[in-house]
Ligand binder design. Sequence first.
Ligand SMILES: Cc1ncc(COP(=O)(O)O)c(C=O)c1O
Length: 367
Amino acid sequence: MSMDGVLRLYFGESNLPTPDYIKQAATKALADGYTFYTENAGLPSLRRAIARHYQNWHRVDLDPESEIVITASGVQALNVSLRCMLDPGDEALVLTPAWPNGSSIIAMANAITRQIPHPLCGDRYRVDFDALEAAAGPRTRLVLYTSPSNPLGWVATEEEQQRLLDFCRTRGLWLLADEVYDRLYYSGPRLGEPVPSILRKATRGDAVAVVHSFSKSYCMTGWRVGWLVARRDLGVKATQLNEFIISHAPTFAQKAGETALECGEPELALMLARLKENRDFCLAALRQMPGVTVPSPDGAFYLFPKIDGLTDSFEFCRRLLMETKVGLAPGVAFGTGGEGSVRICYAADRSILEPAMERLEKFLRTR
Ligand SMILES: Cc1ncc(COP(=O)(O)O)c(C=O)c1O
């Protein structure tokens, strides 16, 4: 972090600042007096805006009163929902490689993570349903998956979603879907259409919860606003629990989030076009490199190339950083199935990606 001149591709965020229209909405909210406490579940107007968003994009009806809880970020939505689902000694099945915070939160709830790695079949990661079956036991309470995935960019197919839902229904488990990257999707009928949410398949009576955030789609990582969609009993509990964790997300930031949902489409479209170009540029560059296998990801803003013979991705990334000043994230950080790969965040300028890819190639050729 303190080294100068590093080409930083290890963070999980865009290098773009929050768009001006969102900053202006926050300034206006402050001027308009949005400086007081809100309900633990968040501003009713923001919950209504989120319900409209699900109606527009997914044709899903949600009750903003009871099925939507505003949280102070995606990670807080994950935290509060896992805390509601797990007792000490319970077990959670987590599809990996995955952003590690889910498993860490499970450990902090004194519960146990069983990692279920995604097998790579040809050019696509899949869900290992046999491994899920084998890992489910009497203390299993939930399945956590992330689609689009950090770090894989994998997107669950409709069939995989349905099978995950059926698996959880049959065993009486919660299905917790992290959909924070749903708008960063490159394989839909049209750039800008979100990945179909699991909420399209589930009924409102299903034990299903979805974690979401303003961070990724609207370049609002530092604002700390997200949301949870959940069956109403969990929504009520999560709202109560919020009181003792954070009470609620910052009021003026919630108001800015409302504007992001209502006015964000044009900026989002520009960002998506740029991300898709970056993805294609990096994919083409990586595919020229010796010993590198990289599946085409359908979503998020990461590439997760596998490097032949790599057994210590941490040491690889450390050496790459020290010798070439390219900063990547070691695959081992993302749990079972991650070792042997590195994560590249391509939400950066071409002026950074181009030299980074050149230096990585040179490094691999002389390794
Ligand atoms: C898969 C996933 N979920 C949730 C988050 C949390 O985002 P935030 O807490 O900024 O809303 C991240 C951030 O990197 C992520 O990658």
